[in-house]
Design a binder for this molecule. Structure first.
Ligand code: PEP
Ligand code: MN
Length: 337
């Protein structure tokens, strides 16, 4: 439930309403803007009587939130959420570019890719240290050593780093070592993991599950938000459909839909969606035009010999030329890149 206060309502009247709502047993969230004050109620609102609330002079309207996700709902936060990481902004008209290899393989590899993507204008470095592979016999990542190498690359380039967390057990290490925690598609509904990252104040990229609906994605985000962490970035990375040509089907319509339903930034991962290197460029461009707040792209200095996802990785030169096109498109779409 949302309670919208009239503009210019006195602070004591606002406080009076807040106290009353708390007494009725719901969790009250304040949503404040320059000229508005809104209360967002979470939990059991059975005891809240909208008519009695409306009898208060300062109450403008009471809205029932139909959707099961509340804090992620745009009704709870009319303005775009902007997540700030090391002085860089994600959301609210900024187009963030996260690039790097699928997995960290060696000091030379991650340093080389980091330098290249930075030179091309990427704002963040990605690199998997713990890899969720479909086969247990595939390369599983360098694990803690991978995080060390990512830190070295960050030191050299100044790029904040993104890496995937797969287990609560590794969370303390990730809090220390990475700038943004990635929750992968396979763990989108690992609710204990979501609650654990929700208790931190680290920005989180939450990827859409392999066969998840938009509502399930927003409810997964709600798990993180409900624990107090509001720095959540959603990521559309393609979903399973009957089509087999591409690795997944990029659900481009999810972007404007999510932007309508939620205030959270949404980025696109065209690499895991298309699954083939030459699809990355058109899908990345489409992502910008359709309103995404950024992209996450796999780049490798030697895709043919990559330990993971070489077929969908861009070489640094191609990534640089994609960045040039994106910069042109950003001008037309009034986005900061
Ligand atoms: C990844 O980004 O490396 C990854 C494994 O992606 P997803 O979780 O979307 O499959
Ligand atoms: Mn990958």
């Amino acid at each position: 439930m949302i309670i919208v206060m009239k503009p210019k309502t006195k602070q004591e009247e606002i406080e009076k309403i807040r106290v009353r709502l708390s007494q009725l047993g719901c969790e009250v969230r304040d949503i404040k803007g320059l000229n508005y004050h809104i209360f967002g109620l979470i939990g059991n609102t059975n005891l809240v009587d909208p008519d009695r609330l409306l009898a208060n002079e300062g109450v403008e309207k009471v809205i029932h939130v139909q959707e099961p996700y509340k804090i992620a709902n745009r009704l709870f936060h009319p303005e775009d959420t902007i997540v700030e990481v090391a002085g860089r902004k994600i959301g609210g008209g900024n187009f963030a570019v996260i690039a790097g290899p699928c997995s960290v393989e060696s000091e030379e590899q991650i340093a080389c890719v980091a330098e290249a993507v930075k030179a091309a204008g990427a704002g963040f470095l990605r690199g998997g240290a713990f890899k969720p592979r479909t086969s247990p016999y595939s390369f599983q990542g360098l694990r803690e050593d991978g995080l060390e190498l990512l830190k070295l690359a960050r030191q050299k380039t100044g790029l904040p780093v993104v890496s995937e967390l797969m287990s609560v057990e590794h969370l303390p290490r990730f809090i220390e070592d990475v700038d943004i925690i990635q929750i992968g598609a396979r763990n989108m509904q690992n609710y204990e993991l979501l609650k654990a990252v929700g208790k931190t104040n680290k920005p989180v990229i939450l990827k859409r599950g392999l066969s998840s609906t938009i509502e399930e994605l927003l409810l997964a985000a709600e798990y993180i938000l409900a624990q107090g962490n509001n720095q959540v970035i959603l990521c559309e990375r393609g979903i399973r459909t009957f089509e087999k040509y591409t690795r997944n089907t990029l659900d481009l319509s999810a972007i404007p839909v999510i932007k309508k339903l939620s205030h959270l930034p949404v980025i696109v991962d065209p690499s895991h969606a298309g699954g083939i290197w030459w699809l990355v460029e058109p899908l990345a461009k489409a992502a910008l035009v359709v309103g995404a707040d950024g992209i996450m792209i796999e780049v490798h200095n030697d895709p043919v010999n990559a330990k993971c996802d070489g077929q969908q990785s861009l070489k640094p030169e191609r990534f640089a030329s994609l960045m040039d096109s994106l910069k042109e498109l950003a001008k037309i779409e009034h986005k900061n890149i």
